[in-house]
Ligand binder design. Structure first.
Ligand code: FES
Length: 567
């Protein structure tokens, strides 16, 4: 290895280079590494196992398999820990810590002596954070995902986290399921290691990582407990070693074209709304921006081809068996940029040249026979969301696509929790529920956009209502829900001006969401807006100072390519 590589890369500053190298070698040997091993190139392995992250339970065997691949290819594997984000274990929401994990990943990759890195993630925010960090650190990187869970069983029915968690909870709230049964179901929803079993955020991001070219072809959907997952891990290690001699940097793989391809796949799999924010943030690290109008064009041109929960019937194990991302890419081949390249050096067009021997058409449809003609996600605009909002039409009720209704406003998360089930709440089925104060600055943008149907309406049989907010929604959720309204109410966006009883109009046909209140009245109301009192110290203070709105991926201003400070 040359002087700057392997264990000699990025020496610690002592003012004496030779001494720094001598000291490092000495300390490295205290880990039981021979001189021969220390002469090899180094592949870092970012491990994110944690007692607070069920989705990463297989981390030790994945690290072992990656290490095996690295060793077999002639390099030295060096696992190192970074932040781990287990979706349901974080307060107030994992989204607050995605940028922290991306900084941790970027800086540890850059600061430690590695020639390439394999990043192992899985749970919702971890893969976006790792891809953001990789894009900024820009050393040869392979993304490996932990893979999805297998389904469980309950009274002959398949169950998968977390769409079925929500379905059962909805039934319980509506009085259709007893406490005893919901307790039994609790132990049957998430029964294996791995990420959520449906096309939620984790699975969507795995498909996106593969489409971008940052993960091995064919690896996104392999179940966490399948032996192929370990084989993919071994190959990821080997690929990282190949990248040292034939460097392809993240900035050469994540390009405007591969980002557009990823948006196409997001539409075709009817993926998570969160993935729009995450992919925007990853692209933003390299100065790539896909405008809302282009997003809508991609959505209108790309049919939903996958019949998976939360919008369809199947689970990720079915998607894997059906053909996975490779089958989707072949169906939409004519819409893709085929000259993008992946971590193996293969050009997308070449990858898709050989036809698949079999595709399960119950799960992955042909382009001509889609699940629905248009992509699952669109961007909305209007006086209430001048910088845009996101709507998952594939998971919504078509009968509510053109709705004008009375606004029932909740001023924040606490207000929602306090009043939503109040029997005296003045609300009826045709109303539009509005949640303010759940945007990136005000609340860290939690997955609170899936406002519960008030108990009294749920018990009366109401299954869906139009709900709008500046929050996000879990990728496993469903309903006629407008999310990511931007600018958020907490930043003085027009959402802050909505008052109880106002009329709001949603038009999916026009891709619009409007507050039917005269402009001057909206301006007058916003004149009364008082900025929020934020945190005074620590990471949360940094977060609130620097976080951008959803159209910028909720990244920190100083982490985007321009590094320009938020106005
Ligand atoms: Fe980790 Fe769903 S909780 S992917």
């Amino acid at each position: 290895m040359s002087e700057e590589h392997g264990i000699r890369g990025g020496l610690t500053n002592y003012g004496d280079k030779d001494f720094a190298e001598y000291l490092r070698s000495s300390f490295a040997r205290s880990m039981g590494l021979s001189k021969e091993m220390l002469r090899k190139p180094i592949v870092g392995i970012a491990e994110t196992g944690s007692g607070f992250n069920n989705c990463h339970r297989t981390m030790p065997e994945l690290v072992e398999a990656v290490s095996r691949g690295v060793l077999a290819a002639g390099a030295l594997p060096r696992p190192f820990p970074t932040t781990s984000l287990g979706e349901v274990f974080l307060n107030p929401t994992s989204m607050v810590y995605r940028n922290l994990m991306s900084m941790d990943t970027e800086e540890m990759v850059r600061a430690q002596p590695m020639d390439a890195v394999v990043l192992i993630g899985g749970c919702d925010k971890t893969v976006p954070a790792q891809l953001m960090g990789a894009a900024s650190a820009n050393i040869p990187t392979v993304q490996l995902v932990t893979g999805p869970m297998m389904t469980g069983r309950h009274r002959g029915e398949r169950l998968g986290a977390c769409t079925d968690c929500r379905q059962f909870w909805g039934k319980y709230r509506a009085g259709e399921v007893e406490r005893e049964e919901i307790d039994v179901v609790e132990g049957r929803l998430a029964t294996t290691a791995g990420t959520c079993a449906v096309m939620g955020t984790a699975s969507t991001m795995a498909c996106i990582a593969e489409t971008l070219g940052m993960s091995l072809p064919g690896s996104a959907a392999i179940p966490a407990v399948h032996s192929d997952r370990l084989v993919a891990a071994e190959f990821s290690g080997k690929t990282a070693v190949d990248l040292i001699t034939n460097p392809r940097l993240p900035s050469e793989i994540i390009t405007e074209k591969s980002v557009e391809n990823a948006f196409r796949v997001l539409m075709a799999v009817s993926g998570s709304t969160n993935a729009i924010v995450h992919l925007t943030a990853v692209a933003g690290r390299l100065g790539i921006r896909i405008p809302n109008a282009r997003l809508n064009q991609i959505s209108d041109e790309t049919p939903v081809l996958v019949d998976l929960k939360p919008v369809g019937d199947g689970y990720m194990e079915d998607f894997f068996a059906a053909g996975g991302v490779g089958a989707i890419l072949r169906e939409i081949r004519h819409l893709l940029h085929l000259d993008t390249v992946d971590v193996t050096g293969q050009v997308l067009g070449d990858r898709l040249e050989p036809e698949m021997d079999w595709v399960d058409r119950r799960v992955i449809r042909e382009f001509e026979k889609p699940v629905s003609d248009q992509g699952g996600l669109i961007s909305l605009k209007g006086n209430i969301a001048p910088d845009g909002a996101i709507f998952k039409r594939a998971a919504a009720t078509p009968a509510l696509f053109e709705t004008e209704g009375r606004a029932i406003v909740f001023e924040g998360l606490q207000d929602l929790a306090k009043r939503v089930d109040d029997p005296d709440l003045d609300i009826k089925a045709g109303d539009i529920m509005v949640l303010k104060g759940a945007g990136p600055i005000a609340a860290g943008m939690p997955e609170a956009g899936y406002l519960p149907i008030p108990k009294k309406l749920a018990r009366a049989g109401v299954k869906d209502m139009v709900r709008i907010s500046d929050a996000r929604m879990s990728g496993t959720a469903f309903g006629t829900i407008v999310l990511h309204i931007s600018p958020e109410a907490g930043a003085g966006g027009p959402l802050a001006a909505v008052r109880n009883g106002d009329r709001i109009r949603l038009s999916v046909k026009d891709k619009s969401i409007n507050l039917l209140v005269p402009d001057q009245q909206i301006a007058n109301r916003l004149g009364e807006f008082a900025p929020l009192e934020g945190h005074k110290r620590g990471y949360r203070a940094l977060y609130e100072r620097a976080v951008l709105q959803a159209p910028d991926g909720c990244d920190f201003d100083f982490l985007t390519q321009s590094g320009k400070t938020r106005k």
